[in-house]
Design a protein around this ligand. Structure first.
Ligand code: GLV
Ligand code: MN
Ligand code: MN
Length: 396
């Protein structure tokens, strides 16, 4: 937890935590993490997409690895544990092995992914997609991305070098705070994840007509912000239409943005998630139909861009079983639960089976500076992860 505190010092905002992909603050966090990896007996380097990577060799050099990781970027005004806890705990586990000079029949690698939140460029999992070899070259066209990579000392032409091959990775395992209230309600410090819900992310722009806020009568207006407000309510209504569904308008920007001007253009984002792909895809279709109706009624123009979507990522049953054994061996009742939040495993499933262990967090609060965990729960999560690593057996 002290290491999470130390990482939280690297923030854009004094008095709050914001650390986005490829920022100077993320460079400083990477340096800190690479140092901890070396202290834990790993060789450590920054990869071609800006992830902090450490490797602890197995019984002989060059063996395939059990890959552990989580992310080092944050949302704006974030908590200190979302992502970071998984990175520092994995390093601690390797440190424990190294202290005993214990080598396993596989290598252990730890990655602090550079981008899981997608805050800076709107598209998410850029670090883990780089490692999974699924980095989408269209991202290079996002304004500012190539410049940010270069400023970070990376070469856009070499991103493919971050990719690992399927036969190099035995499994991907991640410890993360739950970011929800289920473990707390069950009185459990940890739980085993069954699957990560899928998501769809849209960027929408409504076009109306800017005009004088004092002179244009209400009936003659084409106010893009009033239209966007109606769209946001439609997203909320559709999100509420099924208990398994969530839908959010998380960002909105009105132009020209003056107190005395009718907004002529409004851009906003939509994030839809569900544990079943058909439910999520149906909700997106309903949202688009609702937007079309609002657009028509208000005589607005609309452009909708599908930023990114990702199906449900199921955790591998054989990894879940091994995590459950580790949980039970710590004397904790085994509980399985799905993840409503997104995680790097969604990208890593392209090259390896994925498994996740959740640690209870206070009142389920996350993406909020009030995010909190206890030392005892963090220690329990670390013991379970360490046991899982020591007993890990690759799938046959
Ligand atoms: C990341 O935390 C996400 O679920 O969007
Ligand atoms: Mn997050
Ligand atoms: Mn996270």
């Amino acid at each position: 937890m002290q290491r999470c505190e130390a990482l939280a010092q690297h923030s854009e905002l004094p008095g709050g935590l914001t650390r986005v992909f490829l920022s100077p603050q993320s460079r400083a966090a990477n340096e800190l993490v690479l140092g901890w990896m070396r202290e834990a007996g790993m060789s450590a380097r920054l990869d071609a997409i800006g992830n902090a990577c450490g490797r602890y060799e197995g019984e002989r050099p060059g063996l395939p690895c059990l890959l552990l990781g989580s992310h080092l970027d944050t949302v704006r005004n974030a908590g200190k544990y979302d992502g970071m806890l998984g990175v520092v705990t994995a390093i601690e586990c390797v440190h424990a092995l190294n202290t005993e000079n214990k080598r396993l029949p596989f290598a252990v690698e730890v990655i602090g992914f550079g981008d899981e939140e997608g805050v800076r460029f709107g598209t998410t999992l850029l670090g883990s997609r780089g490692v999974a070899g699924t980095f989408d070259a269209k991202v290079l066209a996002i304004p500012g991305f190539v410049e940010a990579l270069r400023d970070f000392g990376l070469d856009p032409a070499r991103i493919a070098e971050a990719a690992k091959k399927r036969n190099e990775v035995l499994a991907y395992a991640e410890l993360h705070i739950e970011q929800g209230p289920v473990l707390e309600a069950e009185g459990l410090p940890v739980g085993v994840v069954t699957a990560i819900n899928g998501f769809s992310r849209l960027r929408c722009v409504l076009h109306g007509e800017a005009g004088h806020a004092g002179t244009v009568p209400m009936r003659l207006r084409r106010d893009a912000l009033a239209g966007a407000a109606e769209c946001a309510l439609a997203v909320e209504r559709i999100g509420r239409s099924d208990p398994e569904l969530v839908a959010t308008v998380g960002r909105i920007e009105a132009l020209p943005g003056a107190i005395n001007v009718i907004p002529g253009e409004v851009a906003f984002t939509v994030d839809v998630r569900a544990p079943r792909d058909e439910l999520r895809e149906g909700a997106v279709q309903s949202i688009l139909a609702a937007f079309e109706k609002i657009r028509g009624d208000r005589k607005l123009g609309i452009k909708v861009e599908n930023l990114q979507s990702q199906g449900v990522a199921a955790c591998a049953p054989w990894l879940m079983a091994q995590m459950e054994n580790a949980v039970a061996a710590e004397g904790v009742r085994v509980m399985r639960l799905p993840s409503g939040a997104g995680h790097d495993g969604q990208a890593m499933q392209a090259i390896a089976g994925i498994g996740m262990l959740f640690v209870r967090c206070k009142a389920g609060i996350s993406h909020n500076p009030a995010e909190a965990i206890t030392e005892a729960d963090a220690a329990c999560g670390a013991r379970v992860l360490e046991r899982f690593i020591r007993d890990f057996a690759p799938a046959c």
